[in-house]
Design a protein around this ligand. Structure first.
Ligand SMILES: C[S@@+](CC[C@H](N)C(=O)[O-])C[C@H]1O[C@@H](n2cnc3c(N)ncnc32)[C@H](O)[C@@H]1O
Length: 312
């Protein structure tokens, strides 16, 4: 599976998957939850954050270790390309993390019994679970633990993601707003009747977007962006404008792919999820709903490797 749409996101320098709306890493009770997990570890422990993105949880672990002189070795791995250009403040912690790009959770390049803790924040559920559960089990030490925050199908985040997918479908597939805008530019210097026809098609697309999804921030952003591009027709040259329109359409396609991944990854049946981890050998597997200041934000999965493995 290509992870290009994620690499493109991380390239923009965000520290978490929430982009500009969470510029300084996870905070509040979510940060406290992770710090509690780190506090259970012996000094010098090894920690791996899988599907780390630009390393949010790995950086929290390294920061905790530096502050409390715990001497942890922290790793962060992701199937996409992790970006070095993160502009958040915590750079000493970031440089303490060993990052591995193009490293999916199904195939982790570590020896058996290597880590005391493996973490995942909105990550492992994107992978092939049967394979990654076995792989995480293999690289954890006996007595080691896997802790994950998993997307919940009924969270507000998932509800709004499903609505946003409707907007992307409308703009990219139904109204095909970007190709119509390009057609409008092509006809701009041409025959008035053709221009009128394409202009009407463009207006219809934008008006329907407003009528159907008007109150949603994403719909407003797209409308504003299309209007701004259309205004450039009078001043800009069409070649540059075409490049700009194509790149904007590509951004929307990538954003849609990320949302599609999220919706497909979200969990509605915790029993099935727990079963996969039990089958991989984990014990004490629990999944509970996680709420914070924003309401329901996910599932909390905890799982332990027995202190004496069956296969030993
Ligand atoms: C929603 S983001 C979460 C990133 C980060 N944990 C955070 O909270 O900011 C999901 C991440 O999972 C990664 N991913 C998807 N499939 C994966 C796989 N099979 N193995 C490892 N990472 C994967 C994506 O590249 C993306 O970076």
């Amino acid at each position: 599976m290509s992870h290009e749409h994620w690499s493109k996101f991380w390239e923009q320098g965000y520290i978490t998957t929430f982009g500009s709306s969470l510029k300084n890493n996870y905070s509040g009770s979510l940060k406290s939850f992770w710090q509690e997990q780190f506090s259970l570890l012996a000094d010098g422990s090894r920690i791996l954050d899988v599907a780390t993105g630009n390393g949010a949880i790995a950086v929290l672990a390294a920061d905790y270790s530096l502050e409390l002189r715990k001497g942890f070795s922290v790793y962060g791995a992701d199937a996409s390309t992790i970006s070095a250009g993160v502009t958040e403040s915590n750079s000493p912690a970031r440089s303490a993390v060993q990052f591995l790009s193009e490293t999916p959770c199904e195939e982790l390049p570590f020896e058996d019994d290597y880590f005391a803790l493996v973490t995942s924040q909105y990550g492992v559920e994107y992978s092939n679970l049967e394979r990654s559960a076995k792989e995480i089990y293999r690289i954890l030490k006996p007595g080691g633990s896997f802790q994950a925050v998993i997307h919940h199908a009924d969270s507000n985040l998932l509800k709004s993601s499903r609505s946003e997918l409707e907007i992307y479908r409308y703009v990219l597939d139904t109204a095909q707003v970007y190709p119509v805008l390009k057609k409008y530019i092509e006809h701009y210097q041409g025959k008035a009747d053709q221009l009128r026809q394409v202009g009407a098609q463009l207006n219809h697309g934008i008006n329907s977007l407003r009528q159907q999804f008007g109150t949603m921030p994403l719909a407003r952003e797209v409308q504003a962006d299309i209007s701004a591009l259309a205004r450039k027709i009078k001043t800009g040259d069409s070649k540059t404008l075409f490049i700009e329109i194509d790149s904007r359409a590509a951004e929307l396609v990538a954003a849609r792919s990320r949302l599609q991944d999220m919706v497909a990854a979200a969990v509605s049946d915790p029993a099935q999820f727990e079963g996969i981890f039990r089958a991989a050998g984990f014990e004490g597997v629990t999944m509970s709903e996680l709420n914070n200041e924003q309401g329901l934000i996910g599932w909390l999965l905890g799982a332990k490797v027995p202190s004496k493995r069956d296969d030993q």
